[in-house]
Design a protein around this ligand. Sequence first.
Ligand code: MCN
Ligand code: CUM
Length: 796
Amino acid sequence: TAVAANGHRTAFVDNDRKPAGHGRMLRKEDPRFVRGRGRYVDDLQLPGMLHLAILRSPLAHARVLSVDTALAEAHPKVRLVVTGAMLAEKGLAWMPTLSNDVQAVLATDKVRFQGQEVAFVVAEDRYAARDALELIDVEYEPLDPVIDVRTALSPEAPVIRDDLEGKSDNHVFDWETGDAAATEEVFRRADVVVSQDIVYPRVHPAPMETCGAVADYDAVDGKLTLWSTTQAPHAHRTLYAIVAGLPEHKIRVVSPDIGGGFGNKVPIYPGYVCAIVASLLTGKPVKWVEDRAENLISTGFARDYIMRGEIAATREGRILAVRTNVLADHGAFNGVAAPTKYPAGFFGVFTGSYDLEAAYCKMTAVYTNKAPGGVAYACSFRITEAVYLVERIVDCLAAELRMDPIELRMRNFIRPEQFPYRTKTGWVYDSGNYAPTMELAKRLAGYDELRAEQARRRARGEIMGIGVSFYTEAVGAGPRKDMDILGLGMADGCELRVHPTGKAVVRLSVQSQGQGHETTFAQIVAEELGIPPQDIEVVHGDTDQTPFGLGTYGSRSTPVSGAAAALVARKVRDKARLIASGMLEVSVADLEWEKGTFRVAGDPDAFVTIQDIAMRAHGAGDLPEGVEGGLEAQICYNPENLTYPHGAYICVVDIDPGTAKVTVRRFVAVDDCGTRINPMIIEGQVHGGLTDGVGMALMEMIAFDEDGNCLSGSLMDYLIPTALEVPDWETGFTVTPSPHHPIGAKGVGESATVGSPPAIVNAVVDALSPFGIRHADMPLTPSRVWEAMRGQPVPP
Ligand code: MCN
Ligand code: CUM
């Protein structure tokens, strides 16, 4: 293991030399991925399988007058054509969304966004299915589209959701948090008040693998198997049971290898339901896999918040209050996958990492003629938007006070002795120690020297910026009493079985989309039981094989299922202790546990290993009174609270004065996710999230023209970063364990995506400050930066 200059271990420990527990370990799943042997939904080939393709609306808002399928049905390879009207006859034209709204499976009355599902074709091969789409003749009556969220609530705006009884406007919900009056009072007496309009544009997770499903209904035993790209197989199964009226035990949802989810694979999409309907009607397995354009224009988008941020402070830089007003664009259907009580996700943590006197947020959500979604793209349930807001507005305040942005943050951090800390919007941060994390980032970046370099470069007419951000996230939803999705409480099961020879299998309710659960969950159990991770098989993503639980999103796997895995292993260890006492003929109190072995206190030669115990548990020998055979346990873990990871980021950018192109030259990220299970995987998660941040800050946006045509339907138009656009990431870490998690771990899967966009934007704004710029909206493309500079030469 090498130690880098930043004090950071860079080498990994060879699998074979790391017998058990936490630490760097190559991923158990990678041998199959690097050999091209992953099995994704689209790899599935079943005998007699048919292929489904979806006809999508070319218009953003239009009445559907007629759908003529005669020519498509006459296509020799077509087996089935289904329209919204046909689904309506079966009561299947509409389905519930995860936010208690409804969404059209296939349009009946109107189309409400470009790309909406209108009809589907099932054919012998996927080319024929696609070809036959061209043969369907749909007559539309175009309606005025509602595209600008700012005018969606004006009385003249056409009503998008006239399907909802009594709906006479485009309003989805109002939501508020904090104390309006107390905040107003603080703002009135503050020395300094800064406000800024801030847009977090609509972006898209754009996972490498698009969404898809294979549905296989067996009419003989009445069982439906659905292989699908889902991050939450159990929750989806329950919903299918409710929608399709099938008994739940006759539905099996399998989520095989997934090529990236990033929240895009949380919602239930019409395509999944269409595949199920098609299999029920044809009696054959049916595959539906969307293409890139379909993924970008019709599936779960992210963000799309228009925010006004206000911050109040003393002249000395003591932050007193934060206030915000948000207009949220939810698209045509409210398809946000957020806990029922949290229509704006966890946006309520917009007070950030600071100890304030008051805070208030008012939000209005509206329908527009755009694709549904909203909670996706490593958002930690909208904490991306919250952190961006507070970290941008704190920088605006720093500029106003002419104070260093790190200094301003340090003065206002919640102090370590204040944890557990209840924020002014009611969130209880479990643990944190912010100043050392900020200090470490400052040291790794060489911050003071960077400022000196910036001054030298400015004098030479170069445009360099340094940006800082600090985030606190809330990840690991439940507890179940506070959080549910469609009435299903947010808790997670786990089962552990140790076989006679001491090999184990652990079954999880969460599902990896690339995060490496097969490795880290084996490590969690290994640490508790002393069985090497290689001997622990992780089973996930199959409702027939795993206990019920709510799935992977909001970085909840480690905080919730990770806790379940540790506790189930401890249950097994408790039983193993009883068996060991019988084997060693001593009382339980005389046994000492040392990873994988029970020893008799004071007698080094008297011990049994967990493997010996496993054999005895299944063997012919006697077990102590009252102890059943076998070595297994199960648990359903209901978290006490969320976990609150934090981190400090520093970004250095250079802007080309001739082209206005921004280059991220350096990026230092110090993350604190409590106890670290696998540092290599954590770094991978952080690198991925930082890359997302560069994408959002500089390149990515789902844009529409005034007719509602999506202008970002391909990766030529929706730019995502590659290795060429990102620097060599410089990472560090601090460890502040969660007090309520059995191993002290907090989530990390979305941290860097949450924390990095403000650091990059703050760096660009810092670079442009000599031009009198205080804010510019993402994505900071060359044209936007050029506009901000107005093509001016660098001021002296
Ligand atoms: N980990 C660890 N020590 C910790 C915390 C986490 O070793 N203290 C490890 C975990 O055990 C896991 C990984 O890091 O292997 C991420 O853990 P966690 O933070 O619990 O997040 P989840 O596993 O719940 O993953 C979900 C999260 C989300 S919500 C999005 S969005 C996102 C992300 O993960 N999508 C991803 N990272 C992704 N990474 C990949 N490759 N693909 C995606 O789709
Ligand atoms: Cu919000 S994206 Mo992740 O929680 O699946």
